[in-house]
Design a protein around this ligand. Structure first.
Ligand code: ZN
Ligand code: ZN
Length: 187
């Protein structure tokens, strides 16, 4: 039996081959799940885990740096206050710290596997080291969003309409009957 006309096979949404998202891998693979991002090669996964650990540590170090900076500022303020014959002001801790932490939140490039340090743009830290890394991640997020949309009733209807329009362009007279088939049930 021809595999393409097997009903069970037709109903399953099978993803097309993809390129691994990890920076420096570039391997083509057949995904087993719709949201699979990496090729599953053991060496690739090992390098991916190494990057994840590096990213976590970079964040921890940045948090540490922010805390140290804050403590220094507090100490300087206390010393200034002690040297002047003024009543000490109330200490504002939470706001300053939250803001500082936000500014330093990203250190390594946000593309999995990329160990480059993104440039500092005027005041903010960039998330990606280069446009290529940003594009690679955006493409994947886009693909996952589209895949999820296709799973909804609204998405299936939109696709059905696209197919009907394409069929009508190919054979304007014959396919009127075929266009009335009901939409596929959601998986
Ligand atoms: Zn890979
Ligand atoms: Zn990068």
């Amino acid at each position: 039996m021809d595999k393409r006309h097997d009903k069970r096979n037709c109903r399953r949404r099978r993803p097309r081959p993809r390129i691994c998202l990890r920076q420096g891998c570039g391997q083509k693979y057949q995904p087993r799940r719709w949201n699979q991002r990496y090729c599953q090669d053991p060496e690739c996964l090992r390098l991916l885990r190494r990057w994840q650990a590096a990213k976590r540590q970079a964040r921890r170090r940045e948090d540490e740096a922010v805390k140290v900076q804050h403590a220094q500022a507090q100490r300087a303020r206390r010393e200034r206050a002690a040297s002047l014959p003024q009543p000490p002001k109330p200490i504002e801790v939470a706001a300053a710290r939250g803001h500082a932490a936000k500014v330093f939140a990203h250190f390594l490039c946000a593309r999995p596997g990329c160990h480059e340090i993104p440039p500092k743009l005027s005041r903010n830290q960039a998330h990606y080291c280069c446009p290529a890394c940003r594009q690679a991640v955006r493409r994947v997020l886009d693909r996952e969003r589209k895949w999820q949309f296709r799973g909804t009733f609204q998405g299936q209807r939109a696709r059905q309409q696209d197919y009907q329009a394409a069929r009508a362009r190919r054979c304007p007279r014959q396919c009127d009957a075929a266009s009335t088939t009901p939409p596929r049930p959601p998986p």
